[in-house]
Design a protein around this ligand. Structure first.
Ligand SMILES: Cc1cc2nc3c(=O)[nH]c(=O)nc-3n(C[C@H](O)[C@H](O)[C@H](O)COP(=O)(O)O)c2cc1C
Length: 416
């Protein structure tokens, strides 16, 4: 008998969920609206706390960014950004607004988690991460997915919080080694993660592999290694593979071999509820395999997959750390600042500077000008219909979710 995803359930504590998790997509691409649909349909949705202050300004009419920009206005032409600090109270307030308003709107049996990336070092890595994590718990989030980093100290940052043992906590890893390190470092808190997302090299966003070797890795192999290890150690932690799971049938192949759920994202980038502007969504639909690349322009140092037509590529704007500054390390440093001022020095007097090796990721993600995407983005055109004007029809998140949930035989259901 051929199975579908709906024949399986994800057990998290006492909860039984449809084993579909929509992954976090930074700077409000995985919106509250998208996460709420996943929860309403009985699965797990993610919001993201990436650039939370600008997200709050856009969604809740706060003025965090202009206030910060004014405070540090004197520093915009300065190469040294070490004094550009985040106000922890503002970070907390923005996080609280986003989490609370999302959780208040939640309907249905599913859950809503928040994606927290360690690489958002915000010129004070530990302090800002602690505020992000504890405020999300204060504001009633169902769970936190630790992403983009090894998070060796993140459980310790949360352990004194009253919800530390009740909120669902998971981590994204791209190797068994990263998981082993995390488990070893977190053991002291007496708490295991509630789930592990294993993200392979075909995912969107940042990749946990090298720029030159990502293609040598394969999600199925890493997932099997993680499953075998956990079984051997008698650790009962649900494993959730992610990256290139494009159809319900792909998902079933993982669920039948010991995975507890799947995390998916790319299919949902072309949903009504997704935060990408409609024009950008058409770029995702139109993309062919040749239009997608993995490059090294993210100042985080992680490779990132994106459409080659992304306006972020080659753009030479002045660093915007006074307004944003989410990638400043503990010394107020970001690789884009170096790249930008190197080009300025090499082209004295030029008005338009091009910077190809790094990008001002904050600004371009904020403006939806960095079109990060999964490997199979070129198949999105096969998931919908072409309209009379030549454009592609957007899908509802419900349609995509149910297609993953019920489809068989490698099929993708087209919209009405
Ligand atoms: C547009 C986009 C943005 C993403 N942003 C993030 C992010 O901010 N944090 C993160 O942990 N993963 C991010 N991801 C990865 C997804 O959460 C997910 O794990 C992965 O893309 C799943 O593979 P799939 O897109 O092939 O389904 C992003 C993916 C996409 C497509």
């Amino acid at each position: 008998m051929m199975k579908c995803v709906d024949d399986f359930r994800l057990r998290l504590g006492k909860r039984e969920l449809v084993p579909i998790m929509i992954g976090g997509m930074g700077v409000d691409i995985s919106t509250a609206e998208l996460a709420l649909e996943a929860a309403r349909l009985g699965g797990v949705g993610h919001i993201s706390d990436a650039m939370i202050k600008t997200v709050s300004d856009r969604r809740y009419e706060t003025k965090f960014v202009s206030v910060k920009q004014k405070r540090y206005k004197h520093n915009v032409a300065n190469v040294d950004k070490s004094e550009v600090k985040f106000d922890l109270g503002d970070v907390a307030e923005a996080t609280r607004l986003h989490v609370q308003s999302t959780m208040e709107a939640k309907r249905g049996e599913g859950l809503i988690f928040i994606n927290c990336m360690e690489k958002l070092t915000m010129n004070a890595p530990k302090e800002t991460l602690r505020v992000r994590l504890t405020t999300a718990m204060d504001a009633g989030i169902d769970g936190i997915t630790l992403a983009a980093g090894l998070h060796l100290g993140s459980f310790a940052l949360m352990e004194d919080h009253p919800r530390f043992r009740d909120v669902k906590l998971g981590i994204i890893v791209s190797s068994l080694r990263a998981l082993q390190l995390f488990l070893r470092k977190s053991a002291r808190t007496g708490r295991l993660p509630d789930y592990v997302v294993v993200e392979g090299p075909l995912a969107g966003g940042h990749l946990g592999f090298g720029l030159d070797d990502w293609m040598k890795y394969d999600l199925r192999t890493i997932t099997t290694e993680v499953l075998d290890y956990l079984r051997q150690e008698k650790l009962d932690i649900p494993v959730i593979p992610a990256g290139g799971i494009f159809t319900g049938t792909d998902a079933v192949s993982y669920l039948e071999t010991g995975s507890a759920a799947v995390q998916v994202a790319t299919r949902f980038t072309v949903s009504d509820e997704c935060g990408l502007p409609a024009k950008v969504q058409q770029e995702y639909f139109k993309a062919s395999e040749d239009d997608i690349e993995v490059n090294g322009i993210s100042p985080t140092g992680y490779p990132m997959r994106m459409l080659k037509g992304s306006p972020a590529i080659g753009a030479g704007i002045r660093p915007n750390c006074e307004a944003y500054g989410y990638l400043l390390d503990s010394n107020g440093h970001c690789a884009y600042i170096d790249a930008y001022y190197r080009e300025v020095a090499a082209h004295p007097g030029d008005k338009d500077i091009a910077v190809w090796d790094k990008t001002c990721l904050c600004t371009h993600m904020r403006n939806f000008d960095c079109w990060t995407c999964g490997h199979y983005t070129y198949r999105l055109k096969d998931t919908t219909r072409r309209l009379e004007d030549g454009s592609y029809q957007l899908l509802t998140a419900e349609h995509i979710f149910r297609d993953y949930q019920f489809s068989k035989d490698g099929k993708v259901a087209l919209p009405e």
